[in-house]
Design a binder for this molecule. Sequence first.
Ligand code: CU
Length: 333
Amino acid sequence: MRHFFAALCASILAAPAFAAIPHDGALGFQPAATRIAERIHFFHNDYVLWIITAITIFVSVLLVWVMVRYNRKSNPVSRKFSHNSLIEVIWTIVPALILVAIAGLSFPNLYYQDVVPNLDKIKTESAELLADGKSAEYERYTKNYFPDAAEKGFINVKAQGNQWNWTYSYPDIVDADGVALEFVSNAVHKGTPEDKQKYQDSTGRTNYDSLPRNLAVDYPMVIPAGRYIRYYTAAADVIHSWTVPAFGVKTDAVPGRLNEGWFLVDEPGVYYGQCSELCGIDHAYMPIEVRVVPQAQFDQWAQLMLAGDYEGAYSAVQTIAAIEPSTKLAANH
Ligand SMILES: [Cu+2]
């Protein structure tokens, strides 16, 4: 265990950037890295949790009251009535109102994360708010929509689930022949004593000990920070699910179907996830590693990958360069 922590600290310290990773004994969510995750955290921690707590306390008090007040000793002869219109109306309407209150906040969140934003609309709407001098509205608007990023357009990535690894494709990043960048991302296995040797022989790398088990991959998905990412999920064989907890993103990858979603990460760093749909014997060994890097570093990585220099590309994103002094999300950590 001590070695594990030492390795974990080493891996975190080696890269100055933030790493979203589960910790032993931790409680709650991983820190939110996207607006989607922030909204989910607020919905859960500051809203539904209070409602659940109130209901649980209320029901427990009722139970205790019934047990104490109406047991055979304190209430030997029970009354014979079986209906009460008022209480029946109350216990129908109040739970319905509670459900409406929950839905009222959860549906906008679902819609927000499900529907890929219209970037042109974001550009015009934000420009209109600014032109009309509505700075308060603009502030509120830019909490959920990001005009600067909208200017730059989407980065498209397709994540295809396979038994048992992921194939990432970047349809907009093409070589001279028009062939899109595509590569397979395999787990770095840490099970048998030979795994380390195998990893070192096939990649020539020396970082095996610093990699987290069942989370690190040989060739991670890389995306630029502060950009709208539109991702697609598909599957080659059975249903998988592309999931990164810190992004608040989980999308099933279904054979014969193309699902889509989006996210935008401000803070460069390493973000880990795992396939979240039982997909067979090696379900536990198809992790997801996303490296969020500044745009220049992303471009460099993409060029090296296109040129077939996978190891060069891998080392190009091992140390994640810092971005502007401190981003909005960095301040939260
Ligand atoms: Cu899977």
